[in-house]
Design a protein around this ligand. Structure first.
Ligand SMILES: Cc1cc2nc3c(=O)[nH]c(=O)nc-3n(C[C@H](O)[C@H](O)[C@H](O)COP(=O)(O)O)c2cc1C
Ligand code: SF4
Length: 668
């Protein structure tokens, strides 16, 4: 390690004392509940969970927050557990299950063996019972019932019992979760705590619940563990607390001497501003909250600041500026669990950065498949959730082969990288002049430039591994015969779906959204964007045109746009469209284009309606595979095996493309 590298991250890699524990550096995995246990674990920590979170400890993350502990909530006799779970309440908690403490102890031992600390989060959600019967968010309708004194007592005791279990298992710390739709945040907020008893009123009253919870925890753990709170620096809601009110409350809590740290983030679970900030947000955008707390509190209370810090350089900057003492780099570690070691060793070009796409959290919250069929997901790191499998499979191949990968989009890039890691000789053939495929296109939208980080990573890996990349080269069966690979992987991507059923779609002023983003097609001043797509493409293309001064109206077939977008990104996406004056007409599907008039059909009643005055009609509606080469090669040419991958096979999002690409690389 050179001196310049050590100095570059001097503070980041220096140890820090948090209450009774010494943390070897300042990099933290704040709690991220990904469901990393395998489907057969019965909810206990198993080898998958350990492999997932401990990979970060091995990679150099010093503080492992792993996954939250949902605490039990008061249940009346005869209430079936599923009745409460549907409302967001837990009749019993995982820490009360037989075998749980032992499983946590195994986890803590594994974390300690890597030199890191294990800190657990204790969570009680506010969906069912809350200080007052007030909707817990402004964006989504969760209206809880009011907690009675006995409910409060039950909950406070649950914190103490869970902390005792954590201590028994050998944990280094616990935090009461006081942010993100939890009962403690709801107590803190003047918008949701309307109580007139001792649990409400001024800042002292509104923090009593938290102070009482901490008191009970301290009674059982004493000074054997670090104890803290996770808190939201200010609330983006009408009547919620602002940063000044927050500072007063945290000061009151810290004055008790009960906390060793404040784990600080800013935002809520429902969009603007979200505590899992998507790519549209600048790194550490809410850093002023850290600065404020660091100024207010005695330095014995450590501040852990989190919020889109995906670069060790930014983390160092925050520490040097005295904004915080520890830095949450949670998704940074999902995208690349080894990033701290790479940074410390000066291997910065090898780091795979989190691009802020929020697929990871979206999958947890909106996953449509049964839990047994899903795993933790990351768009850029195909190993996530498959660590145990990768450990077995990422071994040098027994027979080294020559592999031709056709197409340098995300799927092809991952096959090339993983196959090369396993010792194969790879020729990567791309017909365009740059690598990246659809990802390069997606990165052209406003607020999405971080998507290019994956391409920088891939470019560096191609160079570092000396992969034979042939740009501007069309792969033909004849050319492949001459190249003589053993195996061919066709990852040739897809093209935009023409809306065949639309009358007039062939006219000159009807263009594809992808072509607009690529700069291949120009649009007039008034644009109708007709969408049959439910993820980010529609708002991103609309925003890209609005940013060029176009007046954009989105016509979408469903009742709202972006129904596949995670709730943490949704608020930001909608805010940006609102600010760009993009109009949305929901529930209408395009039927016909004639001159400046479009005819749409209501998806609900079937009635037709005309809208006019458009210079250009932009279509966003899925893709068709470019699979001709695969079907030509398959079975007809003397290659050992021909694979098809990525969106040349099925409509894919980035995570599926990288996962499929990597799994072919593991199999060959
Ligand atoms: C998949 C996922 C699950 C999360 N679950 C929790 C949770 O259970 N409790 C919590 O306090 N924060 C949770 N978070 C938020 C993270 O702790 C962190 O604040 C957030 O990811 C922003 O930090 P980052 O930009 O470093 O990723 C979760 C984040 C992710 C990505
Ligand atoms: S899924 Fe996206 S946001 Fe989540 S860690 Fe991976 S790159 Fe980052």
């Amino acid at each position: 390690m050179s001196d310049s590298v050590t100095n570059q991250f001097e503070k980041l890699f220096s140890p820090v004392q948090v209450g009774p524990i010494t943390v070897r550096n300042r990099i933290c995995e704040t709690t991220n509940s990904m469901g990393a246990s395998g489907p057969n674990s019965g909810g206990l920590i198993d080898e998958h969970f350990i492999a997932h979170h401990v990979a970060k400890a091995k990679g150099g993350t010093a503080w492992i927050g792993s996954e939250t502990w949902s605490l039990p909530q008061p249940f009346p006799d005869c209430a079936a557990p599923d009745m409460g779970v549907a409302a967001g309440a837990m009749p019993f908690a995982i820490y009360q299950m037989p075998g749980f403490v032992e499983s946590v102890a195994r986890f803590c031992d594994a974390v300690h063996a890597e030199g890191s600390v294990a800190v657990f989060q204790l969570t009680v959600l506010n969906h069912m019972l809350s200080p007052s019967s007030i909707p817990t968010t402004e964006l989504y309708d969760l209206v809880p019932h009011t907690m009675r004194e006995e409910h409060i007592e039950f909950t406070l005791d649950a914190y103490a019992a869970a902390a005792a279990a954590a201590l028994e298992a050998g944990a280094d710390g616990v935090e009461i979760h006081c942010a993100h739709d939890t009962v403690p945040e709801t107590f803190m907020s003047p918008a949701t705590n309307k109580r007139t008893d001792r649990w409400g009123g001024d800042a002292t009253g509104r923090t009593l619940f938290i102070r009482e919870g901490l008191e009970r925890i301290r009674k059982v753990v004493g000074n054997k563990m670090a104890v803290g709170i996770r808190a939201n620096g200010h609330q983006a809601r009408q009547g919620g607390y602002d940063l000044l009110q927050f500072r007063e409350m945290i000061y009151i809590i810290a004055e008790t001497g009960l906390i060793d740290f404040v784990d600080l983030d800013v935002g809520h679970c429902w969009g603007r501003h979200a505590y899992v900030p998507p790519s549209y947000h600048a790194p550490a955008e809410k850093r002023e909250a850290g600065q404020a707390l660091r100024t207010d509190l005695d330095e014995k209370v450590k501040i852990l600041f989190t919020g889109r810090v995906n670069e060790p350089g930014i983390a160092e900057e925050l520490l040097q500026a005295g904004i915080c003492d520890l830095v949450g780099m949670t998704r940074a570690g999902i995208a690349d669990p080894d990033f701290p070691n790479k940074a410390r060793e000066g291997r910065l070009l090898e780091m795979r950065r989190c691009i802020g796409c929020n697929r990871c959290i979206g999958e947890v919250v909106h996953g449509k498949l049964p839990a047994q069929m899903t795993r933790p997901t990351c768009s850029v790191n195909p190993m996530v959730g498959r660590e145990v499998e990768w450990e077995e499979k990422l071994k040098p191949a027994e027979t080294k082969k020559h592999v031709a990968v056709i197409g340098a989009g995300p799927a092809g890039l991952e096959t090339a990288r993983v196959a090369t890691l396993r010792g194969h000789q790879v020729t990567l053939i791309e017909q365009g002049s740059k690598i990246g495929g659809q990802l390069r296109l997606a990165a052209k939208a406003p607020g999405r430039d971080s998507f290019e980080d994956f391409l920088y990573f891939s470019e560096n890996e191609i160079e570092r591994m000396d992969i034979d990349l042939r740009l501007d080269t069309e792969a033909t069966p004849q050319g492949l015969l001459e190249l003589k690979p053993d195996v061919v992987v066709v990852a040739t991507g897809s093209t935009p779906r023409p809306l065949f059923e639309v009358e007039g779609a062939e006219t000159g002023h009807v263009v594809q959204g992808w072509d607009v983003l690529a700069g291949k097609e120009k649009v007039g001043n008034r644009v109708a964007l007709c969408s049959e797509e439910d993820y980010f493409e529609t708002p991103n293309i609309a925003e890209a045109m609005a940013a060029k001064g176009k007046q954009v109206t989105i016509f979408h077939k469903w009742s709202h746009i972006g129904s596949e977008i995670d709730r943490y990104s949704y608020g930001t996406v909608m805010q940006r469209l609102e600010e760009a004056h993009v109009e949305i007409v929901a529930g209408y599907r395009l039927k016909k284009v004639e001159g400046d008039t479009i005819t749409c059909i209501s998806g609900f009643s079937g009635a037709e309606k005309q809208f006019n005055g458009f210079d250009t009609v932009v279509l966003v509606g899925g893709s068709v595979p470019q699979d001709a080469l695969y079907y030509k090669l398959k079975d007809n040419y003397p290659f050992e095996k021909v694979y098809i991958s990525g969106s040349a096979w099925l409509p894919r999002k980035l995570a599926e493309a990288t996962q499929m690409g990597a799994s072919i690389g593991l199999e060959i």
